[in-house]
Design a protein around this ligand. Sequence first.
Ligand SMILES: Nc1ncnc2c1ncn2[C@@H]1O[C@H](COP(=O)(O)OP(=O)(O)OP(=O)(O)O)[C@@H](O)[C@H]1O
Ligand SMILES: [Mg+2]
Length: 272
Amino acid sequence: MKKDLVSGALDNRKESIYAEDIVKIKTQNLSLYYGEKEALKSITMDIYANKITALIGPSGCGKSTLLRCFNRMNDLVPSCSIKGLIEADGNNIYDPKIDVVAVRKKIGMVFQQPNPFPKSIYENIAYAPLMHDMVKKGKECDELVEKSLRGAGLWEEVKDQLQKPGTALSGGQQQRLCIARTIAVEPDIILMDEPTSALDPLSTKVIENLMLELKKHYTIIIVTHNMQQAARVSDKTAFMYLGELIEYNDTEEFFVNPKEKLTEAYITGKMG
Ligand SMILES: Nc1ncnc2c1ncn2[C@@H]1O[C@H](COP(=O)(O)OP(=O)(O)OP(=O)(O)O)[C@@H](O)[C@H]1O
Ligand SMILES: [Mg+2]
């Protein structure tokens, strides 16, 4: 049953417009520990530029943990330690000499619950670019705010109310505001942890279409519990189970012809 739904979703998918596979993030033998507990077990996977990569798997398998490794968000967890290598554009992002703020600017993140700052729509976008001295206040900043809101497909809805609090928008609009805020600092990579799970189906569709637009300019990694969503939007799908990467393949091949018994069980609803 589940598999049929997924097949339908696959039919609606647009192929990546990029034929060439460029490795954007290289992950080698990555293990992560929360204290003694090994939450990621020797993960090796390449993430490709201008593609959408979906991470799926049952609750607690390590999807968010892996996603957070890609912009060093786990640094904020005191008990957390990692082994192995992650390179973005050939640079080891865990190199002690690297600037973590610069890593998080290049590799942005959108969370499950839309989390705009308690500030105006304008300030939500302008805050980080001004802090990073990317733009000057005034016209330059106004232009960046407009460009970012357009990029997130929100401009037409909010252009006359930029001083309204970001938190006064609908859930779907707030999530697009958070996406606009993320792209305002011109990242290369956008990490999304279940970005639509708090949204209604219509807002979800809007965000999914936006992702397909965004991948022309960005590399996107999305964690989702929704297999139909993975099938609809992603080019690559990775299945994780108990901290291990079980299977990783082109999305169509992954769902139509899974190689591993565990993957098959998961996508046909016999597990999890
Ligand atoms: N800050 C933390 N401290 C200790 N253990 C943690 C922490 N965050 C996650 N874990 C543990 O690591 C494992 C993986 O958690 P993670 O949140 O990455 O899973 P997930 O696949 O994203 O799950 P879900 O689908 O429920 O969001 C779980 O066993 C979890 O309890
Ligand atoms: Mg999670």
